[in-house]
Design a binder for this molecule. Structure first.
Ligand code: HEC
Ligand code: HEC
Ligand code: HEC
Ligand code: HEC
Length: 458
């Protein structure tokens, strides 16, 4: 049995145990604490089909690193020229297998003139190699040690099975109902629901704020409308669908907004959203002119990636088979273009409520970024309007590293936040530092949700 099938068999075995004597068609797996209803529902029969479609191909034998470099022999190899000729040839064989197994080398090359960029597919493939390197080198908070290869998206096809184009606007001409803002046009992209369609343009290339409610009870500083709410839910439907999971995979549904009670997968997903934006805006959009018209969408835009492009119905693409490890040339960002800074600077948005704020910090850092500091605005307004109230500040750190220096770091973070509140005109006596009450129970490793400072108004 292959790796993916075995892991799915184990999952189903666990499901059978947990669900007691319940028989298919459905099984449930408990994911959260008992009583929270955080369960996943599986249908074993469809699950087997998904499992069969998500097997990773074997990794070919490694090639020798000795001998002349590709750049010494070939004339047009700016991206992979540093490899030995043997490694280079192995890479060409692999990408052919992953992207164009039927068409072969001729899909990208004019076989008479291998070194020339006569075919658009070769131009696109060169940028794709760089994109794959960028994902593996700079988006570790999402892809971890698993990484991606061309196969993660392409699965033996030139055009990945799951791509998206901008949806044409709804026709309003003879419509008495007026602007339906994309509602009631059941589309696969919103899980066939009546939600407004095309959350992709808004959230996976645009950066509209994802959220459903304002931070205050009365309409004062609200960030979200009913339209925003529907759009957010549309995106959530897509994310659940793409991963083959339901909402409890990333949320404790008692409170969708709250980060602390969310499973760590939500943080991974948060980075996934930023990664999809980055790939679409920095890699695919700029390639638009390279593609022939028949590859573009109804509005002339290039095919773009969403969660399903890699995941294809599974919580980790190819069930987490660490295929990329077998192709070291795809792990290092040789171009160092793209935006590694964006990836490492990505912190969850601050939580900004009238009586509570949660601000996040970078790895090993006590610097309060200006985006994070904005999370204090409402809370400071409350302190101004309630002169008897005090602010209580607690600093936290992540689980990795040495305890003593981590505690110092947590303390420094709390001090930075105190300084920021004092700088806004609140007298220091009203701002107290409190030792955090609980240890980190559900956060492991370098979880960004752990590197935080919490502020309460008391
Ligand atoms: C999916 C597209 C694609 C396929 C399929 C493909 N190649 Fe390539 N090939 C490229 C790209 C892109 C480069 C340039 C790499 C770089 O910029 O470092 C290249 C460069 C080369 C070169 C260097 C030519 C020169 O003189 O500059 C050779 C040789 C080569 N490929 C052989 C092959 C062979 C053999 C196959 C089939 C087994 C193959 N390629 C299949 C995309 C492809
Ligand atoms: C994150 C997903 C993803 C990864 C990883 C990826 N690609 Fe792509 N690729 C796409 C998308 C999306 C398109 C645009 C689809 C289209 O061609 O219309 C595309 C298009 C292409 C095309 C043009 C195909 C055509 O017929 O129009 C080639 C060639 C290609 N990719 C090669 C590669 C190679 C080689 C790799 C690995 C080094 C790779 N891709 C990795 C998503 C990906
Ligand atoms: C794969 C993980 C994942 C799944 C599955 C998921 N969500 Fe989310 N959800 C997130 C992330 C991440 C955010 C925060 C996005 C951001 O701020 O960029 C979020 C935000 C939200 C919000 C906005 C909360 C706020 O701040 O106002 C709501 C509501 C929500 N999700 C509902 C749902 C529902 C309903 C489902 C099931 C249909 C669902 N989610 C499935 C990861 C997930
Ligand atoms: C470029 C390919 C790619 C894209 C696009 C992508 N992911 Fe992932 N995702 C991965 C890989 C690879 C992993 C496995 C990482 C690991 O082994 O921990 C992963 C893991 C995850 C996990 C953790 C699963 C677990 O059980 O630990 C979540 C949640 C997730 N992705 C959500 C998303 C969401 C939501 C989107 C769209 C916004 C998305 N991903 C887009 C490649 C991708």
């Amino acid at each position: 049995m292959s790796r993916g099938l075995r892991s799915i068999a184990m999952l189903l075995g666990a499901a059978a145990l947990l669900a007691g004597c319940e028989r298919p068609p459905v099984d449930t797996v408990q994911r959260g604490f008992r009583g929270t209803g955080m369960e996943l529902v599986y249908n074993p029969r469809t699950e087997i089909k998904v499992a069969e479609a998500n097997q990773a191909p074997p990794i070919s034998d490694p090639a020798g690193t000795e001998g002349p470099k590709a750049k010494d022999i070939y004339k047009n190899v700016p991206v992979l020229g540093h490899l030995s000729v043997a490694e280079f040839t192995r890479n060409m064989a692999a990408i052919t297998e992953w992207v164009a197994p039927k068409e072969g080398c001729a899909y990208c090359h004019d076989l008479e003139k291998m070194g020339e960029d006569t075919k658009y597919t070769k131009v696109v493939a060169r940028r794709m190699i760089q994109m794959t390197q960028h994902i593996n080198a700079d988006w570790k908070p999402h892809i971890a040690q698993t990484g991606v290869t061309c196969y993660t998206c392409h699965r033996g096809q030139a055009v990945p099975r799951q791509v998206w184009f901008k949806a044409p606007p709804q026709d309003l001409k003879s419509d008495f109902i007026g602007d339906r803002i994309g509602q009631n046009a059941p589309m696969q992209m919103v899980g066939l629901s009546s939600l407004t369609y095309d959350p992709y343009s808004l959230y996976l290339s645009g950066d509209q704020t994802i959220g459903v409610g304002g931070p205050t009870a009365l309409p004062n500083g609200h960030v979200a409308s009913i339209v925003h709410t529907e759009q957010t839910y549309g995106l959530m439907m897509h994310m659940s669908d793409s991963l083959g999971v339901n909402c409890t995979y990333c949320h404790n549904t008692r409170n969708f907004k709250n980060w602390e009670s969310s499973p760590p997968q939500r943080t991974v997903a948060w980075h996934g959203i930023r990664m999809a934006r980055d790939l679409n805006n920095d890699y695919l959009e700029p390639l638009t002119k390279s593609f022939p018209a028949n590859r573009l969408g109804p509005l002339g835009d290039v095919a773009k990636v969403n969660c399903a492009t890699c995941h294809q119905g599974v919580y980790k693409p190819l069930y987490g088979a660490p295929m990329a490890k077998g192709y070291p040339e795809l792990l290092v960002n040789t171009a160092a273009t793209g935006s590694p800074a964006k990836a490492s600077a990505a912190l969850p948005p601050p939580m900004a409520e009238a009586t509570r704020s949660v601000l996040y910090f970078g790895v090993g850092s006590s610097a309060l970024e200006s985006e994070q500091a904005k999370g204090l605005t409402l809370l400071i307004a409350t302190l101004v309007s309630r002169p008897a109230a005090k602010a209580s500040i607690s600093g936290y750190h992540s689980a990795t590293g040495e305890l003593a220096s981590n505690q110092q770091l947590a303390n420094d973070r709390a001090l930075k936040v105190r300084d920021s509140i004092v700088a806004a005109g609140i007298v220091p006596a009203r701002v107290v530092l409190d030792k955090p009450l609980q240890a980190e129970a559900n956060l492991s490793g370098e979880d960004p949700a752990a590197r935080r400072v919490e502020v309460f108004v008391k």
